[in-house]
Design a protein around this ligand. Structure first.
Ligand code: NAP
Length: 292
């Protein structure tokens, strides 16, 4: 059980965790913080948080668990504010989509990586943002990756694991570096491709006609291009090295496909599509109908 949970950044990710834990009866009180009082009042009106303070240092006072779910570019400033204001015994975790950058930001903000910090990333979300888009089932049956550092206290990791399990998630742990490589390939690269494709089509002279005739395939492939631009700018900058690696590898593979089309190489096309179909058919996502 959490006595007082503080959520810094009460948007889709933070708001959904608050709703899930409240529904599970796992938390007594939820305090929110972000820049705009209007957003926080909306969260109170929706019953997501009990009260708020736009000063994160005041919001974390007395909290036994703190969840930081602001865009990656805002993490360092939040850590600088909350670090000195935490109550003894408080555990801090986050929901940022890249992990090495968050650990670096904490180190830069406090001059060390404390034992009470448990980096985390829920592999769940939608292309929508803000507290109004949050819902309590977001994490049900979905994975959450925790990436404890060499300094992280095992009891802190256990508390964060228990919190996510109460929200309905399955928790895995891995290293910060491994997380960033895996997510660059499975999440960050697909978002780059979707953004690039839609932006490229939108620039074509006949774009209106193109979008008019766009059907299911276009919709399936490009839904994630509606994701928040600021969040994705931050993710690209935060996970630069792993993302560049994934983009370079994909560029090479795309070139193979292009050359096969150019050479009328039916065998190569058949082989690539067959292998892709086999891999995709074998991918059994319990939340196929939901979003990532
Ligand atoms: P969101 O819906 O836009 O929520 C972000 C929240 O952070 C808002 O409440 C915003 O409120 C607050 N915020 C923004 N800048 C801030 C700052 N400088 N100081 C304090 N609060 C600030 O975004 P989200 O989708 O929940 O994403 C939050 C985090 O989760 C990001 O780090 C993202 O990488 C990660 N994540 C996202 C997804 C996804 O699919 N969306 C999935 C997994 C992880 P104000 O405007 O009032 O400040």
């Amino acid at each position: 059980m959490i006595r007082r949970l503080c959520i810094v950044g009460v948007g889709l990710i933070g708001g959904s965790l608050a709703r899930a834990l409240r529904e599970a009866g796992y938390v007594d009180e939820i305090v929110g913080s972000s820049r705009r009082a209007g957003h926080l009042q909306e969260a109170v009106d929706l019953g997501v948080i009990d009260r708020y303070d736009t000063d994160p240092a005041k919001a974390v006072a007395g909290a036994d668990m703190v969840f930081v779910s602001v865009p990656l570019g805002a993490m360092r400033a939040v850590f600088e504010r909350i670090g000195p204001a935490l109550s003894p015994g408080a555990v801090v975790t986050d929901g940022g989509s890249a992990k090495a950058s968050v650990v670096r930001d904490l180190d830069a903000a406090l001059g060390r990586v404390p034992d009470w910090f448990v980096p985390g990333h829920p592999i769940a979300g939608t292309e929508r943002s803000g507290v109004a888009a949050s819902f309590p089932e977001l994490y049900r049956g979905r994975r959450v990756i925790l990436t404890p550092t060499a300094q992280t206290a095992p009891e802190a990791t256990a508390k964060v694991r228990a919190m996510w399990e109460a929200a309905g998630a399955q928790v895995n742990t891995m290293s910060v570096e491994h997380h960033d490589e895996v997510l660059a390939a499975t999440s960050h690269l697909p978002h780059m491709l979707a953004f690039a494709l839609v932006e490229s089509l939108a620039r074509m002279a006949e774009q209106r006609e193109i979008f008019e005739y766009a059907a299911g395939g276009f919709r399936d492939f490009t839904r994630i291009a509606s994701s928040d631009p600021t969040m994705w700018r931050d993710i690209c900058l935060a996970n630069r090295d792993a993302l560049l690696h994934a983009l370079d590898r994909f560029e090479t593979d795309l070139r193979v496909l292009r050359d096969a089309v150019d050479r009328h190489d039916d065998e190569t096309l058949q082989r690539i599509f067959t292998e892709a179909k086999r891999a995709r058919d074998a991918f059994n996502d319990p939340a196929e109908s939901s979003q990532d």
